[in-house]
Design a protein around this ligand. Structure first.
Ligand SMILES: Nc1ncnc2c1ncn2[C@@H]1O[C@H](COP(=O)(O)OP(=O)(O)OP(=O)(O)O)[C@@H](O)[C@H]1O
Ligand SMILES: [Mg+2]
Length: 505
């Protein structure tokens, strides 16, 4: 039986810098193969070569034993059965869900016009299969939540005759419910003979859903192993090239009365009377399922969203925050969850991005070019951002390195109260541990940190106290020593609250 995918001796450079060096990669029919490696290792680039988004400098690509045509286009590869879900969302906001799913493959009616009704029907079937019956095919994509957008991308990717499905970090925007649906889908598609490439920094997922794992490091092929024969720790070590250590969050040791931020009684149509406090030196986590209202609450605090009621006290003083600018000047910072929409200026350099908030915070205080350059080199070094120069556009960085730029921008601005929404989305295991260290240092130096995270491992390893939300309400609050994945999930799905009678923290 011929291999489903064979990539042989692949080389690729960007602007004279080699990012793939003699890489081999294979997938058999019915196999789920994980592709692992640190941020910038070349995973997305290798898969974009398979989907013909990029052409390789040299090497061979075969699908089902047939060589890909010279200078193949993405449509050629789709014709050979290759479908790719990109790491960054690629939907058209001004089109409907159904129009996005069938973009360039619109269903035509007998009269030769696009048959919107039929497209809506077919889209609905796909969405139902993915457990997304609450998404209306006629809805504009711009009105969807980020997790819903990701599910639409998935529907789109499986909407035609696919033999090889590439998923580039599909779960980084999903939480448990959607992830479970996705894994069931992956297993079913594989059992029907589809080959699946699965890229993720969540090693537990790889153990759960993949058969094999191929590891890249700095553009080099390191190994391919059976997942059953390798531990998460061993995968991490091979990715990084040294031993990676994990840790567990400690307790809050500061003064419980030194409250830096207090938020009281925030309500609107969805959010129901939410209140919380965070003290100097504390790392507070917000856990819950996607759509629980955590990001909405933080948007209110940061002056992005209006609510019916709600009060904010900063260092004990009641404040009215009407815009992010107000928030920044009061010493707040907010790294949003969607780096491409709100976190980065994509067509600006790394340096401009990193120095952005500092500018807003110190109005009239011009930064010297040299100071900006120094700040940038320091942060590139500290966070190990993989780039050729600080003049490089943010858009050309790998996904995880873009996320590091967002984080650096807020580090440089030194807010006293820092809110991080999904701070390590797409960040590799090694860099993650480094970011947790930095967060702990920030707290130790007297800052308050609020982390919204759907990643339970993250919550357990860095948050000293955790508030859990479910459908616009706070359903639980736990100290770090009371936290386990099971207990958090019970509150997040509201099972625990149902047991105890509605409990608000
Ligand atoms: N269009 C581009 N132009 C210039 N350089 C690029 C481009 N795309 C990728 N690179 C560079 O190629 C290298 C590999 O990037 P790639 O996106 O493949 O990494 P990755 O393994 O997917 O990382 P991550 O886990 O962060 O997504 C990086 O150093 C990146 O900056
Ligand atoms: Mg990538």
């Amino acid at each position: 039986m011929s291999k489903l995918v064979e990539m042989k001796n692949i080389y690729k450079s960007f602007f004279g810098v080699e990012v793939l060096h003699d890489v081999n990669f294979e997938v058999d029919p019915g196999e789920v193969v994980a592709l692992c490696g640190e941020n910038g290792a070349g995973k997305s680039t290798l898969m974009k070569i398979l989907a013909a988004v990029y052409t390789c400098d040299s090497g061979e690509v075969l699908v089902g034993g047939n060589p890909a045509p010279k200078n193949a286009t993405t449509l050629d590869m789709a014709g050979m059965g290759v479908s790719m879900i990109h790491q960054e969302l690629n939907l058209m906001d001004h089109l409907t869900v159904a129009q996005n799913i069938f973009l360039t493959r619109e269903i035509m009616g007998k009269n030769g016009l696009i048959d919107h009704r039929q497209m809506n029907v077919e889209a609905k079937k796909l969405l139902d299969m993915l457990g997304q019956s609450d998404i209306d095919p006629k809805e504009y994509v711009r009105n969807l939540k980020i997790a819903q957008k990701q599910m639409v991308e998935i529907a789109k990717a499986v909407s035609f005759d696919v033999k090889v499905l590439i998923m580039d970090e599909p779960t980084s925007m999903l939480t448990t419910r959607e992830t479970t649906i996705l894994f069931n889908l992956i297993r079913r598609l594989a059992s029907e003979g589809m080959g699946i490439v699965y890229i993720s920094h969540r090693l537990a997922e790889i153990k759960e859903v993949c058969d094999k794992v191929t590891i890249l490091r700095d553009g080099n092929f390191i190994a391919t192993k059976n997942v059953a024969e390798i531990s998460e720790q061993e995968i991490a070590n091979l990715m990084v090239g040294r031993e990676v250590t994990y840790k567990v969050a400690g307790n809050f040791k500061g003064d419980p009365d030194d409250v830096l931020l207090e938020v009281k009684n925030v309500s609107d149509d969805f959010l129901q009377n939410l209140s919380f406090k965070v003290r100097r030196g504390e790392i507070l986590g917000f856990s819950g399922l996607v759509g629980a209202g955590r990001s909405e609450l933080m948007e209110f605090v940061f002056g992005i969203r209006k609510c019916k009621t709600g009060e904010i006290f900063v260092r004990g003083n009641k404040e009215v925050i009407r815009s992010p600018k107000d928030a920044i000047r009061l010493g707040l910072g907010f790294a949003t969850e969607d780096r491409r929409q709100t976190g980065l200026l994509l067509r600006r350099s790394i340096r401009e991005n990193i120095n952005l908030i500092d500018h807003i915070r110190k109005p009239g205080n011009w930064l010297h070019a040299a100071e900006m350059a120094d700040n940038t080199s320091r942060l590139i070094k500290e966070l190990n951002i993989k780039c050729y120069s600080q003049d490089q556009y943010a858009s050309d960085l790998s996904g995880g390195n873009q996320q590091k730029v967002v984080f650096s921008k807020w580090l440089l601005a030194e807010p006293e109260i820092l809110i991080l929404d999904e701070p390590t989305r797409g960040i590799d295991v090694g860099a993650r541990a480094e970011i947790y260290d930095i967060i702990e240092k920030l707290a130790d130096s007297g800052k308050a940190v609020v982390i919204v995270s759907s990643d339970l491992t993250e919550v357990l390893s860095v948050c000293q106290r955790v508030i859990i939300m479910h459908e616009g309400r706070i359903t639980g609050e736990l100290e770090s020593e009371e936290c386990t994945e099971e207990v958090i999930m019970q509150y997040a799905t509201n099972v625990a609250a149902a047991k105890e009678g509605e409990k608000t923290a």
